[in-house]
Ligand binder design. Structure first.
Ligand code: NAD
Ligand code: ZN
Length: 352
């Protein structure tokens, strides 16, 4: 698959691990730090270590797996390890993992000594098609997602599709939500291609296409003043549902599962507010409902969910702001939605 060029960094698809080794060697870094979590440490790190066999100037930093690690305490832990290992401004951080690792590693690197270079080696479907591209880094506070962060671009992204071989089916589904979103917001042909393929493990071509879509959007608007807001479709409701689930559920929803719910609710709002036809609303609901298990959103939690949506960093002047669809493949930015409308969309989902 061809290398995709982002604003000022490449996104490799072929021989990605070899490309990474070349990149590290050519970069003359004083030291490299591979950030992993307990799962990528087992499933993905050995392949990297094998390739790094003739290098001795790298260390491994491992954190716990899961969203709970994307917080300031783990970040301080990473900064301290960088200090202990003697990291300097010519050090490189290699983020080997899913979106938690790329968000956290990108944030830790972009703030350490006012910023050191970092690259992403995304190992989940979600991080390959979404989190590793576009330069958003961040951590959560009190379960409020990504509330602290920076826009800092990686120096390169190395997508090794084979890492998906060990990824649990539930995590594949999680990434798929962002792929569906890419089709819904800007590319009907992509949505159609997804609909007609085996989605239990999307092909490398579909992954590549998804990255092309995300890359095109973020190049046009790197700091989310305009078109990049399209990528927030499903995320106003979705982030609130995700946060609520992280706080209350024994087995919380994945990011993509929450976004799938958010896309149904926001497709419903699109039908009510921006002219999405009932036929297309039905189509979207059917595709998503066939893929994702139904989640129980209690009526009693609607208020709490709206309160969480109010804290969303995408809002302005205390108003809840959504990206909605006008039709499949086309969206409309900056739609103010009231509490009543959002509660109505949650009820719509609950009654499906
Ligand atoms: P994740 O990083 O928690 O990974 C999911 C699980 O899969 C973890 O348990 C991880 O250890 C495991 N795993 C990773 N790779 C594996 C592999 N190859 N084999 C087996 N297990 C593996 O979650 P995620 O879904 O990748 O990312 C979600 C995060 O990404 C959220 O915090 C979200 O906010 C963030 N995100 C950021 C952006 C952005 O633009 N920066 C975009 C979308 C999502
Ligand atoms: Zn997302």
């Amino acid at each position: 698959m061809k290398t995709i060029q982002s604003d000022n960094y490449p996104i490799f698809f072929d021989n990605s691990i070899t490309e990474l080794v070349n990149f590290v060697k050519q970069g003359n870094y004083s030291r490299s730090f591979i950030l992993t979590d307990e799962n990528t440490g087992v499933h993905c790190l050995p392949a990297l270590k094998e390739q790094f066999a003739d290098m001795d100037n790298f260390d491994i930093i491992e954190i716990n797996a899961g969203e709970e690690s994307k917080d300031i305490d783990f970040c301080i832990g990473i900064w301290k390890m960088l200090i202990d290992f003697g990291a300097d401004r010519k050090s490189l951080m290699i983020n080997l993992g899913g979106g938690v690792i790329s968000d956290m590693g990108g944030f830790a690197a972009s703030t350490f000594k006012r910023g050191i270079d970092f690259v992403h080696v995304p190992t989940t479907l979600l991080s390959q098609v979404d989190a590793s591209v576009g330069g958003k880094t961040g951590i959560d506070i009190d379960s409020i997602k990504n509330i602290i962060g920076t826009f800092t671009q990686p120096k390169a992204v190395f997508i090794a599709y084979d890492f998906l071989n060990t990824l649990p089916a539930r995590q594949i589904l999680s990434g798929l939500a962002e792929m569906l979103k890419h089709g819904l917001i800007v590319d009907k042909a992509y949505w159609e291609a997804l609909k007609s393929s085996d989605l239990s493990k999307p092909s490398v071509e579909l992954v590549h296409w998804s990255v092309e879509i995300k890359n095109k959007v973020v190049i046009e608007d790197p700091t989310e003043k305009g078109i990049r807001k399209a990528l927030n479709f499903g995320h106003t409701v979705g982030h609130a549902v995700e946060t609520n689930s992280l706080i209350n559920d024994k087995t919380p929803l994945t990011h993509g599962e929450a976004i799938a719910i958010g896309m149904i609710c926001e497709a419903y709002l699109s039908h009510k507010k921006t002219g999405l036809s009932s036929a297309e609303l039905e189509e979207i609901v059917k595709v998503i409902s066939d893929l994702y298990p139904k989640y129980n959103i209690k009526e009693s939690s609607h208020k709490a969910l709206c309160a969480l949506m109010l804290k969303d960093k995408k809002n302005q002047n205390g108003k809840i702001n959504c990206t909605l669809l006008t039709r499949i493949g086309q969206c409309n930015l900056d739609n103010i939605c009231t509490d009543a409308e959002l509660c109505d969309s949650l009820s719509y989902y609950a009654n499906l």
